[in-house]
Design a protein around this ligand. Sequence first.
Ligand code: ZN
Length: 683
Amino acid sequence: MSNTDNPLLDFTGLPRFCDVRPEHVAPALDRLLEENRRSRESLLAGHGHYTWDDFVQPIEDMNERLNRVWSVVAHLNAVMDNEALRAAYNEGVVRVTDYYTELQQDERLYSGYQSVAKSAQFSAYSQAQRKLVENRLRDFRLFGAELPADKKRRFGEVQSELAVLQARFEQNVLDATQGWALYLDDEADLAGLPEAARTLAREEAAREGRSGWKLTLRAPSYQAFMSYADHRELRQRMYEAYVTRASDQGPNAGRWDNGPLMLRLLALRHEEARLLGFSHYAEYALQKRMVKSVEQVLGFLRELAERARPVAVRELEELAAFAREQHGLKRLEAWDIPYYSEKLRQARYGFSQEDLRPYFPAKRVVSGMFEVVRRLYGVHIVSVDNPDVWHPDVRFYEIRDESGAVRGRCYMDLYARAHKRGGAWMDECISRKRTAAGVQHPVAFLVCNFSPSMDGRPALLTHEEVITLFHEFGHGLHHLLTTVDYPGVAGLNGVAWDAVELPSQFMENWCWEREALDLIAAHWQTGQKLPESLFEKLIASKNFQAGMQFVRQLEFALFDMLLHSANEPPTAVHDIQQLLEEVRREVAVVFPPTFNRFQNSFTHIFSGGYAAGYYSYKWAEVLSADAFSKFEENGIFDRRTGLEFLHHVLEPGGSREPMELFVAFRGREPTVDALLRHTGLVA
Ligand code: ZN
């Protein structure tokens, strides 16, 4: 196959999604890996005195082409899962991992980078170039470039196996999510469920040629059922199916069980760290973070727990009392919590999440969000026709600056559907890079799982979904608005993982401001703005159960950090369960039933990038709340403050240390005050 025959190897423009087939994956990798290996050998055959132009840049270019191909494959695998693509992905992920291991362990390359760093020109390179070289030198060490041959080989084997198992963990969760559904024939069983959720359930059933309703474990269906369905036993059945996905418990016990995978993953991560001389995986992972020690992370989380737990205890007591007094419920079970929480919210604030939905038609929310971004950073975002997408739901946008010059482009795939991974995320499609022909503009994928349009009615979002969209778009802006010309440190690349959530969580703040809501909210039928009474109720309820949500995040973060900082990895799944229970006794207020196997679908830490890094959400929340407090002082649409955030945080991306960037923007180091104030944990 020639380059032009294989759409994955066409680098002339945007990916050709309509042409890409699973059978293109292996030949594209064959070709690219072979070319890259050959180019590397010819680079290394040189004189040994390396510079940016004749050494670093060509290597960056090779990596960038491989990343471009692989990002398309990984993206399609996440949003359009099928057997052939999954097989091609699983085979490819090992080859790509092996390739990078080989690259990172190559002593000749390592000394090439060392010679660049020691060269006389080094100090004349830009900040971004120097940071990139320093990062690469660090990564050589962290990939075992300094290890003896046998340990190096073993390290590589560990990397390969980790890549396979992490992919399988995720696939098991997807299969388990799709592998169970609740079919209902009696409409009485749907009592309490909002119209939107009923329509979705009817359409899901109709798609299979059935009458009645099909409730699934995908977010729009599951969350609505748990929050609104009056039928307690059915809620219990949904809950059991959901929290036992990919485990040894529940209706599909033993099928897709991630238990053994977790043990193996943890053992391999431990071995990886030990090979490099670290005591455990967490210590290894923290080498590339803002936070420098496990003790610092644990201290940070426990200090927050001390403040949040008493609030959470009180909230849970109030909920139990409400369910008992108003609804005669004797014992509040895990499958009752979302349901009575929603009832309590309605009783206390006089509105339901569903009341807001008509004011958030997805199209309006998206265009309003773009207007928020225009006011802050002066960039214009417009919808552009692009028929070459992977699904008809996908929309495509272009970002231009005030002079009309393109800054970046973005695909949005917003709605839940079968064969699509759950959750919401932003991913890189193409990175910003300077080439001989000019600047190559960044392109992003933005993926969510919102309730789709139904019954001729447009897609209407809940306020929580609006927040999710802003969050992911904040990641998107980090990638799209970077002005760094070297992909390795452009946008999110090279940013310490515990600082990555700063631009995303920062954007969420605008979802709570009247002035911003007026841009994003308009009734889908009347065009009416969010009524003042409803706005006041929304704001009054902002910190509803904030303590309970806070301690839940702390529970996940502590569990993750303790799991990855043990001196020996667990040897039985029971040990993992036991650790989780200990953490719950320390910080949680809700104790799930014994069959709960939440950990078996904790993809963030077992297949995503958050291993020993879940604390990042809270850590970066301190930064994002403090950053936003500057807007509270100067006005939420203050252009000058907006441009400062753009120039000091978004544009430099990974080219500087996150703390330097934060201080440049805020004028001082971060404090936890704004976060505590925003979440109502202090007055
Ligand atoms: Zn995020």
